[in-house]
Design a protein around this ligand. Sequence first.
Ligand code: BGC
Length: 980
Amino acid sequence: MTFMRTVLLAAVPLALAQVDPPGPPFPNSTYPNATDPLTDSGAMWNETSPPSYPSPWGTGLGDWADAYKSARAFVSQLTLTEKVNLTTGVGWEGEKCVGNNGAIPRLGFKALCMQDSPLGVRDTDFVSAFPAGVTIAATWDRALFYQRGFDMGSEHRDKGVDVQLGPVVGPLGRTPEGGRNWEGFAPDPVLSGIAVAQTVKGIQAAGVMACTKHYIGYEQEHFRQGAPPTSVTESISSNIDDVTMHELYLWPFADAVRAGTASIMCSYNQINNSYACQNSYTQNQLLKNELGFQGFIMSDWSGQHSGVSSALAGMDMTMPGDIGFDSGTSFWGANLTIAVLNGTVPQWRLDDMAVRIVAGWYYVDREANQVANAPTFSSWTLDTYNYQHFYASEDWTQVNYHVDVRDEHAADIRNFAAKGTVLLKNNGALPLSGNAKLTAVFGSDAAENQYGPNGCSDRGCDNGTLAMGWGSGTDNFPYLVTPLEAIKAEVLSHGKSIEDVIDDYAYAQQNALARRVTDVGGVCIVFANADSGEGYIIVDDNEGDRNNLTLWHNGDDLIRNVTSFCNNTIVVMHTVGPVLVDSFYDNENVTAIIWAGLPGQESGNSITDILYGKVNPGGKSVFTWGASRGEYGADVIYEPNNGVLAPQEDFAEGVFIDYRAFDKLGETPIYEFGFGLSYTTFSYSNLQIAAHAAPAYTPTTGDTPSAPTYGVVSNNTADYLFPADITRIPAYIYPYLNSTSLSASSGDPLYAINYTFPAGAYDGSPQPLLAAGSSVAPGGNQALYDVLFTVTATVTNTGSVEGDEVPQLYLNLGGPNDPKVVLRNFDRITIAPGASETFTADITRRDVSNWDTVAQDWIISSYTKTAYVGSSSRKLLLSAKLDLSGVSTSPSGPSSTTYSSSSSSAAGYSSSSSSAAGSSISSSSAAGSSSSAAGSSSSAAGSSSSAAGSSSSSTPTVTSSYGHSAHSGYGPPSYSSTSA
Ligand code: BGC
């Protein structure tokens, strides 16, 4: 019986009364061993999380071998309390970074500095403010993902940071309102996976450890830590079935692990009613065993809820170390020392924590990347002198060195944001020449925050132009170039006239200016935004998550007001995600629409580059713009739904979020995922698919070595007493005992109560490897990354200016529960006018696989699989079937998918007009053979009127030999599970 079982049993009566949530069906794929009959259909109310013990010990897989060798040698020298010091933070505001563990002065090993954020160095000065994750994602450019990571990592390094608390792939973006979606990349696992891998590599190439977060199922702010409201005592439970976990939420974490992320932050929420930081299934089984993660798991700040249990369940470092901020108490610290001495945490588990932490340090070569006076800043003040121990007000000294670490990053930032800008509509108004007689700029989003760019703590307000959301995922702007000042400079350089009204509600002044523009000839540029952030700050009644999908400050009214007088209105939106544009997108006076994302410090310059054609837009939307909020399917839970117990968030939509939901539900978005225009046009032709001979997939077998220990732990408790030569700092967390009696030292009245921890947690003998795991390298079974096919297509610039296009590769995996299409690859290509370039994209084994919950492994179903290449998720211009004859497939698809025809999800597609659909390629299983698919050239150039996506030309044909006939629309297929 696991430690979480009590919670489950207590909740059973409520579960009985609970009606299954409405919504589309999803794979019936609960976790093995999650055997509560009430929850056996997966992703359900009170779902359980199966136990998985022991916690896998790191073995130095793949390119971690050298780091492990060094780490083991180092850890072998450590005492018990020195090891504990590595694992435990010193408490909130105990040292200068947002998180600091303990040092090992005896060996000259400095305490590690963990510092936010995913877009820059938080809480200090003279740093760059980079574009947010959602904006860099919209570049769809691997090189820029990497460069941004490297630039950010360099700034962290030069400030003396050891661990950058980013990047983010959790939240993934299940719901468009999710408050922190913008910190991450996109609600698509493949785009997020590629972006996170490149970002991790960039950060770590700069000599800083990345911390990929938040693991896992952290998809909303409400109830992430119980309250608000205070009546809810436990954090929300994200109830996720096994297929959805693997095919959606775990996918980008696998890419981060494979890219070598040195650490991963476990999240605040529960997964299947077990807290993320003590969930043995997600940490031990999925992350450390299946994915072979070699680094360390760090708790989110106060995300730890137990001492021994979280250690046994795989957590390696607690942050900021104290239970409540500045409580002076800790689940670990001295309590971990005690737990090792009394045997409730085996020595090998503590040794594994220490080795993982130090291995991360070696893996990124922290040794060679130290700076003087590190960390050179204090998170708690910008003053030069203050307390070293801020909370305790002790040790007055120089805490800030004001080191300017920005280097030449401003030019990169300007470029990143321009490249991540998405042109959604253009009837010819753009690019601007600069010679308009009168340029009029409207909206507070064009201008300064009256309090200054950093005037609201953690950017917790929506005043002035929006260049990042709010919360811990922010940093201080070194300056913020507003759109108004950059546009003004551009207009003045042409000797023309510019006026503005930045008050969103000054309707009379807006009207007057808009009329004059139409009268004399000119252009109106309206700026509007929508903000969100982390739940500890409430802005305009939004508790982190957005309350709705509308523009803020009555942006719709502003646009309506301007467009009712101005016949050439360009709308620019700085938003954290999709907003509802239905009230204006097809207004003929709206001549262009731009999504400018969250661009960072160079905002005005980046948007001016796009508006005036210095940069030809090539960004593509990384989310779907629906016509109504309801079309997205999943939504945030805003009110408690389980009394005072943990709210239950059933991920009953399965893998169908964002574009997959729109496709499944038959909704037509206004602008689809992957869509974006250019000042030129492109056509696509000549799809070819080469099949490669890859070795057959072999499930991993064999055992791990037994759990190693490093050094000998003395059992003499007197060895661990608080040293006489150290002066205690109030509320600081130490690893030392107060007494030679463990019980007295714990100060815990419940010490030594008869509590049973899972027996398997203490088993340090060799453990069987998982079929989907690896004994070779992190990232899971390495055969998943074998390239089975290479797709090529010709993309031609059919316009008159150079431009970037992002050809996208989508797959339909053919099964009754598979989405219509899933993104699998992309590239951003610069093409000269009239020229053609070849788009090349690999398809790996993972790309064509499904998760089989019975086999507990990836399998390739024998359903017909179709590849599509196009310019968006709905402009699937070329297609061809994949020839699976050389690949060993599973005859009937995932063995766990037992569908009834009435409840399975739709897999039927219209067989109409896609030019290349249904053309089977003829390549056999021979290595490298390729043949041309029947893709005729078709134009990808979207004009504003076609922005909604020509779905009829993008629907694949399914002609299956597995018992379901091709049929139109999205109704239930006639599928028989026995006919395969
Ligand atoms: C956030 C993390 C952040 C940490 C430290 C938490 O509240 O969820 O993303 O890294 O604080 O600031």
